[in-house]
Design a binder for this molecule. Structure first.
Ligand code: SRM
Ligand code: SF4
Length: 569
């Protein structure tokens, strides 16, 4: 591979750069690897390319040791992630995902923190027919993972349907505009005829090496910051005047991931770069992405995200470079304010249609003995005439329900005991946990399977203190990659080892301030010992409208983190 394709190098290219370079535009030997029948897995190098097609090879970690003892290969299976800009799905798409989860997956659906579906537990032999099934329902998985622009998020806004429609359209257009152009996906999974000479293929935006690392974009509509705009590599904050979209404030350089013990890695919040009009959106998105393509670190993947490029080069340099690439100057940022980053539950009416936001604990859609949630949602999808919106907080909106259909949906909601979360504590309603065990290969501690029971115990403290309805953002991740955006939790937990977590406090309720390490490597007993007096004191001392994240700073539990570069200091 050549070293001079990009103006700046940081050392020898990482192995991943070589894999991309030699992949023939993401084809690699995926066809052969999936045709091979001896192992339920595929070779390591191919798993890296598979990500660009929206899938990860995993193994069931609950049985890893047992299988090792029995000298069996790990229980390989695949996770498939759908590309679903803005999280909008039709009832037909919902039904298809439900069907595939039962026929080819583990019988559950995961609604992710980036508003899409994941299937877990798909076997190698079922991969192609699963992806083809998604394709039948007009869904694909291209670029849902990999060193490219990922699923574009969009404010799930059930309040203003006309603005949602317009802004959602932009998120879809950004997503489409930044899709890889290779036909590899269609050839491998959809049996499209092979491009005669793939060397004639080009990737006009990405080039043959794609991006140095994953790239994430979100679109927010104030006052809701549900998409956590400051955690995105690139963000668009809608600016409305008299209810009309004027354009977007453009943010750059957010990201949550870090590595325990490596202070060169840190979560960072995005900064506002300027303002663009709606018709300039795609050009701005493309040029910013190409700056990262050309200047991101291709040597050290831990420092390859756009946030590090920006912290290295400076925001002014990025703006100048953007203006030079655009050939015109991005405007000054416009005023905006956010109120919250959580979801608002229950029914609301917007522009003549009803929308119901349901609480889905940690985004896991499944049936259990006492709660047939998946069946209930399937029955709703069978009769629903509107659409579904997956929210950035792993919840679900049954949206665009006509007045005359509302009663029928309400009946099903109550028949299946589906919950708008209102009988829960406001803490649980504002909770998120990443997948972690048993599927995530990087998990160090439980998350999705553990947070609900920890919250049960914290709810007792809230009840005793009379603050059950106090909205507090709590987030847990099973490792420091931060898939539930835990650095933006007023209370954040990041897994260190089985049963052990680092505890963070003091993020902003609006998703505008990072939290700070409070206690290291503690288990449940210590967590509750820490939280109990703190929450009791908060209940007594909190000022009017004061949020927990602000209180813990005022009360001196932690210091405010002004910028991600100071996260560890
Ligand atoms: Fe994530 C890797 C799950 C949102 C930061 N993430 C993973 C993998 C694929 C593990 C792996 O690489 O082997 C996890 C698969 C677990 C499983 O069994 O399903 C995984 N990430 C998830 C999801 C499903 C969590 C969830 O419970 O919803 C989310 C899927 C989003 C989607 O639909 O595209 C998910 N991941 C996020 C977010 C939140 C966001 O984007 O808003 C982040 C933090 C934001 C960011 O990117 O900075 C995030 N995931 C990571 C990272 C760390 C990246 C970094 O900069 O260091 C990794 C590991 C990596 O890339 O090396 C990772
Ligand atoms: Fe896995 Fe870590 Fe992401 Fe949780 S935060 S899903 S443990 S990579």
């Amino acid at each position: 591979m050549t070293n001079n394709r990009f103006p700046e190098q940081h050392g020898p290219p990482s192995d991943m750069e070589k894999i991309k370079d030699e992949s023939d535009y993401l084809r690699g030997s995926l066809v052969e690897s999936f045709a091979e029948r001896l192992s339920a897995g595929i070779p390591d190098e191919q798993t890296k390319l598979l990500k660009f097609h929206g899938s990860y090879m995993q193994d069931d970690r609950d049985v890893r040791n047992e299988r090792k003892q029995q000298k069996l290969e790990p229980n390989y299976q695949f996770m498939i992630r759908v590309r679903l800009a803005g999280g909008v799905a039709s009832p037909e798409q919902w039904l298809k995902m439900d069907e595939l989860a039962h026929t080819n997956g583990n019988g559950t659906l995961k609604l992710t923190t980036r508003q899409t579906f994941q299937l877990h537990g798909v076997l190698k032999w079922n991969m192609k027919k699963t992806i083809q099934g998604m394709n039948d329902a007009l869904m694909d998985t291209i670029a849902a993972c990999g060193d490219v622009n990922r699923n574009v998020m969009c404010n799930a806004n059930p309040y203003q349907s006309d603005i949602h429609a317009e802004v959602y359209e932009w998120s879809k257009q950004i997503s489409d505009h930044l899709l890889p152009r290779t036909r590899a996906y269609h050839e491998i999974w959809l049996d499209e005829e092979k491009v005669l000479d793939s060397r004639e293929e080009t990737e006009p935006i990405y080039g043959p090496l794609y991006l140095p690392r994953k790239f994430k974009i979100g679109v927010a509509v104030p006052p809701s910051n549900d998409v956590d705009i400051f955690s995105q590599d690139l963000g668009f904050i809608a600016v409305l005047e008299d209810g009309k979209l004027q354009g977007f404030n453009v943010t750059v350089g957010g990201g949550m991931g870090m590595t325990h013990g490596d202070t060169n890695t840190y979560p960072q919040l995005a900064k506002v770069l300027g303002f663009c009009r709606p018709d300039q959106t795609l050009e701005v998105a493309e040029k910013i992405l190409t700056i990262q393509r050309d200047y991101g670190n291709r040597s050290e993947r831990k420092n390859a995200r756009f946030k590090y490029t920006i912290d290295r080069k400076g925001l002014d340099w990025i703006r100048q470079e953007l203006n030079a690439r655009l050939g015109w100057d991005i405007e000054e940022e416009r005023p905006y304010t956010f109120d919250h980053n959580g979801d608002r539950y229950g029914w609301v009416k917007g522009d003549g249609k009803w929308h119901l936001t349901l609480f889905i604990q940690n985004g896991r859609v499944k049936d259990s003995e006492d709660y047939p949630m998946m069946t209930g949602l399937r029955e709703i999808a069978k009769v629903h005439q509107g659409d579904f919106r997956l929210t950035p907080n792993q919840n679900l909106i049954i949206s665009n329900v006509a007045e005359e259909d509302k009663e029928q949906i309400e009946k099903l909601v109550s028949q299946y005991g589906l919950t708008d979360g209102k009988h829960n504590s406001a803490l649980r309603q504002n909770s998120m946990a990443c997948v972690a065990f048993p599927t995530c290969g990087l998990a160090m501690a439980e998350s999705e399977r553990y947070l609900p029971s920890l919250i049960d115990k914290v709810e007792d403290i809230l009840d005793e203190s009379g603050i059950r309805d106090e909205e507090i953002i709590i987030r847990m991740s099973g490792c420091p990659n931060g898939c539930s955006r835990p650095a933006l939790g007023e209370i954040g937990f990041i897994g260190k080892a089985p049963g052990k977590y680092n505890m963070y406090l003091g993020a902003g309720f609006r998703g505008d301030r990072l939290n700070k390490l409070y206690r290291e490597n503690i288990g449940e007993e210590e967590i509750l010992q820490e939280l109990k007096p703190m929450l009791q004191k908060f209940a007594r001392e909190k000022e009017d409208q004061e949020h927990f994240g602000d209180y813990v700073i005022r009360a001196g539990y932690v210091e405010a983190v002004p910028d991600g570069v100071e996260f560890h200091s």
